[in-house]
Design a protein around this ligand. Structure first.
Ligand code: NDP
Ligand code: OXD
Length: 306
């Protein structure tokens, strides 16, 4: 069996070292390489959008494309891709996202900036409210959204989760009604995939539905937010702060107004990383399934786009 790695070259040594042992443990006899002189010989493709691969047509025997990324918007619409597409769901990715979301939510909730950057040595004696007085809304209640919603609810934040289909998550109020989800949210977290339906979901109209001064945390995708509308809402104080991890263009161009806006925090797409140690296990389990004729894990629904 031949597996080809079409992903970031800097991560290749980790996968090269981890995969053979895990494949052998699973009873799979496979070669893992970064080049396929004969594409017809390839059984599985390990993929990340950092690779230049665009044309999947020559890989006629390939049984699945296994994405190292959770978000698949850069491949899901590729008409040459006819093989099953699996996205990455992995504990390290989820834990990283929970830590990023909880950390940035607590920063804003507790007003930490006021004490961390205090050049005038001002004594600020105002106590923050308790978490139970700070409604949070999670836009997207998938693998990552639910994990983050649960972690925030465990700290007593009243969490409302919004998604396309109805959910039943103990301790979280869920809804499919966007205006209702936004009406009370003092902190909004966007953990949605980028699809035609979610693009510019937060725009001038929906940002205006939020309570004045609400904070936005976006570790989902840049295109979920209309940049111009967000900047206008920040300038008018309708939005108090935006902490953004993802952007329409990455790296964020040096002259982008987000860099210099006093109420924007930019993190460089580091909210949650796919760790090779966990991801390699997920890849091998899916290859085992493929070889055993069992259903793949984390299969992307091509018509839904995620
Ligand atoms: P999932 O596919 O598990 O969940 C997606 C959620 O979004 C689901 O609840 C889904 O609803 C909801 N959704 C999708 N479309 C709509 C819509 N039109 N209206 C309302 N709800 C919608 O994804 P994950 O939780 O695993 O990941 C979410 C995103 O996080 C990824 O797509 C990626 O873009 C981003 N990400 C960012 C990372 C980073 O480092 N910054 C790392 C990893 C992921 P339903 O359940 O009803 O289908
Ligand atoms: C992902 C990401 O989708 O890191 O996995 O953004």
């Amino acid at each position: 069996m031949l597996l080809i790695y079409f992903a970031a070259p800097r991560l290749w040594p980790e996968y090269r070292d981890l995969l053979p042992g895990l494949l052998a443990e699973a009873g799979l006899n496979a070669i893992v390489a970064t080049e396929a002189p004969d594409p017809v010989a390839v059984d599985y493709i390990i993929y990340a959008p950092s690779a230049p691969l665009q044309d999947f047509t020559p890989f006629t025997r390939c049984k699945a494309v296994l994405s190292l990324w959770a978000g698949v918007e850069r491949i899901v619409g590729n008409a040459t891709l006819t093989q099953p597409l699996c996205r990455m769901v992995e504990d390290g990715l989820t834990e990283g996202m929970v830590e990023w979301v909880v950390g940035h939510a607590l920063r804003h909730h507790l007003g930490m900036d006021r004490h961390i950057v205090n050049p005038g040595h001002v004594w600020h004696p105002t106590c923050p409210p308790l978490a139970r007085e700070r409604p949070v809304t999670m836009l997207g209640m998938g693998m990552l959204g639910v994990a983050c919603a649960r972690a925030l609810a465990a700290l007593n934040f009243p969490v409302t989760g919004w998604s396309r289909t109805t959910k039943d998550v103990p301790g979280i109020a869920t809804t499919t009604d966007l205006p209702k989800a936004l009406a009370r949210a003092q902190i909004v977290v966007t953990l949605l995939p980028k699809t035609p339906e979610t693009e510019n979901l937060l725009n001038a109209e929906t940002l205006a539905l939020l309570p004045r001064g609400a904070v936005i945390l976006n570790p989902g995708r840049g295109a979920l937010i209309d940049d111009t509308a967000l900047l206008a809402a920040l300038d008018s104080d309708q939005i108090g702060h935006a902490t953004l991890d993802v952007f329409r263009t990455e790296p964020l161009p040096p002259d982008h107004p987000f860099w210099s806006h006093p109420n924007v925090t930019v993190t460089p797409h580091i909210a949650a990383d796919t760790r090779a140690s966990g991801a390699a296990r997920v890849l091998v389990e899916n290859i085992r399934r493929g070889e055993a004729g069992e259903p793949f894990l984390n299969l992307v629904d091509r018509s839904r786009g995620y």
